[in-house]
Design a binder for this molecule. Sequence first.
Ligand SMILES: Cc1ncc(COP(=O)(O)O)c(C=O)c1O
Length: 449
Amino acid sequence: MENTGNLSQRALTNLAVTCPMRTAFLGALSSLYHATDNPAGAINLGMAQNDLICNEMLEKISSSTPLREVDLSYGDPHGSKRLRGRLAGFFNTYFNPHTPVLDNHILVTPGAGAAVYQLATVIADVDEYIMVPSPYYGTFDLDIRLNTGIRIFTVGIFHTETLSVDFVLLHRAMEKATSQGLRVKAILINNPHNPLGHREDIKLFIYFASRYNIHIIFDEVYALSTFSPFLREETNQGDHTSVRDKLAESPFCSALAVDNVPQLIDPKLVHVVYSLSKDFGLNGLRVGFIIDQYNDYLKQALILTSSFSYISTVTDRLVYNLFSDTVWIDKLIHTNLQRLAASYIRTTSFLSSHNIKFFPAQSGHFLFLDLRDDLRKRCGDIPTFSDEADLLNDLLHNGVYIAPGEGFHTVEPGFFRMTFSVEWNTLKRGLQILYHTLRSEPATHANKV
Ligand SMILES: Cc1ncc(COP(=O)(O)O)c(C=O)c1O
């Protein structure tokens, strides 16, 4: 019998949890560019990393860390009141909440992934389900399942031809699940959406959750990366509308902004997740939030367990300092949106002029590419996920990594997510490699990664 280290059954179950997104990334990792370890490595356009504001961020962080004696001691595991108060101001300014956000509506977590995990633990029990419509950001597989024994119930509801969500299919899947005795406790919606980069119709999802009396978690980590109102500015240099007016034009609507939530659903079932990883290019800082305006029990349960994993007092102070400079924050959001819009225009121009299909996006840092025709040309009429993995290997071998659709639980192979929040010279090289790989003969796959 295999020696499994005398671990708990929980740990062994964790080790068996599959996450195709992670598997693809780990498979590629040793081939990726790294400034010191692998300077000739492949360009990484497969991770949702926002590099467009890193200079501004580095400069500000370097001058924003004056600490106090108290910052060397234990902090408040769900974020200092001071920080939560400052963030309440931030959410009230940029998320247009119907009911003002207060400090006690916010819990600070070490990232959005941790926030989803923590919410899952207080919402569902072992063998219960959280519904996640696909395609979805694949790391939810880990956020929801590790340590919890919770299962994911997924259903592909996105029409690739009409670019719309099929709510009839969603309801049908839920009816079937409940008739089979599955206990679905929540639905997780990512708005704006990763990997599709569009906004979701949140009222229809709230109506759905209300009908089945389940929790609804909105992951809004790309809230302030809705660049579509800035596309006009890019093509019309005379447009100097302020960032807040621009955001008012934004197609994105936070769940916090829905005006009659208590009439639509028991508001104790609605939870919002946000983090600094994406809109502020701070993947590595590990700061996220749960915003819950109605469910005190849930907040008490979360506060109790937050002491096992929380941001340091130094990080708490740093974020407080950063968000205290509201003029700088406003300017940074504006700069980020302008750069995302500029990068989106350059990237989509390249893709269109090279006949590489993609789904137009309004938000986010990536484009979802539709390479199904390319895959068919390479492998025949009915490509498989193994053919998708072979194309990924060819791309990687030629010098670029993009994230395969299997990691997002697409229902058919041939989709890839490509990040465009990358400095243009690097991005252009990545795009050229993508184009040349798609137009060349497939390699033979002796050396799979
Ligand atoms: C939709 C979505 N949610 C959550 C995360 C994880 O965010 P964090 O770094 O704050 O844990 C990501 C990261 O790519 C994401 O795309």
